[in-house]
Ligand binder design. Structure first.
Ligand SMILES: Nc1ncnc2c1ncn2[C@@H]1O[C@H](COP(=O)(O)OP(=O)(O)OP(=O)(O)O)[C@@H](O)[C@H]1O
Ligand SMILES: [Mg+2]
Length: 238
């Protein structure tokens, strides 16, 4: 089933156009990588999807047009967005950050159950549950950002450059977590990355954005073997 259908999407910052007629579909349960260099429009795409930016064209989620749907309602529908830079509340503890993520779950017992589930999945967060988020390492903060987003029980988890500032081994750890969420929980993932070679080891399919346009798409295997992608993003002469 198609979960997300994006058609002729254009997005704007005031009069500046940052996305130009982008179209793509995401099926339920897919792990998609959205690739591209600095300033390409990756963050803009996620902002348009979570309702933070004016757009033209259409975005349908589970068959419903998101045109007039507020960011809060999109969260309730199961769209979670982990922003670039993580957006954790540094002056709150790990546990408080998780509570703040439980925006659409109201019963205390459900929140407790969800926290325990994600503490089991992220043992390093469990050990540090009473520490201030600001005192965590970069990798731990990224894990907290993921766990906090999971507290809203998303169907579609969007994450903007999780690898930023992290060592390759930590990036792989985070991508492994996404792969597990995808495999064991059927979650649909849209992960923005510049770390192309590592991300293509985990994603099912990828789209490349350049100057606000989708310029390439294919399965991860097709992308790895695509000469243009190799030259531009994989640092390998074709
Ligand atoms: N708040 C803003 N106001 C005006 N222009 C913006 C704003 N945010 C982004 N832009 C412009 O929109 C374009 C796309 O930016 P965007 O942040 O989506 O790129 P990106 O692919 O996420 O880049 P990066 O990898 O550096 O995060 C860029 O030309 C950028 O300068
Ligand atoms: Mg960005």
């Amino acid at each position: 089933m198609t979960l997300l259908q994006i058609k002729d999407l254009s997005a704007f910052y005031g009069r500046t156009q940052a996305l130009f007629n982008c179209s793509f579909d995401v099926s339920e349960g897919e792990f998609i990588a959205l690739l591209g260099s600095n300033g390409a429009g990756k963050t803009t795409m996620l902002r348009a999807l979570s309702g933070l930016l004016h757009f033209e064209g259409s975005i349908a989620y589970a068959g419903t047009s998101l045109g007039k749907v507020s960011p809060q309602r999109r969260l309730e529908l199961g769209i979670a967005h982990i922003p670039q830079g993580r957006g954790t509340f540094t002056e709150f503890t790990v546990d408080e950050n998780l509570s703040l993520g439980a925006t659409i779950v109201t019963s205390r017992s459900q929140i407790k159950e969800d926290k325990e589930r994600w503490y089991d999945a992220f043992p390093r967060l469990k050990e540090r549950r009473d520490q201030l988020a600001g005192n965590l390492s970069g990798g731990e903060q990224q894990m907290l950002a993921v766990a906090r987003a999971l507290m809203s029980r998303p169907k579609l988890l969007m994450c903007d450059e999780p690898s930023l500032g992290l060592a390759p081994s930590i990036t792989q750890e985070i991508l492994t977590i996404f792969k597990t969420l995808h495999r064991d929980h059927g979650m649909t993932l849209l992960v923005v990355e510049q770390n192309v070679d590592i991300t293509l080891q985990y994603a099912d399919r990828a789209f490349v954005i350049e100057a606000g346009q989708i310029v390439a798409s294919g399965t991860a295997v097709e992308m790895v073997n695509n000469e243009d992608i190799k030259k531009s993003y994989l640092g390998v002469a074709g």
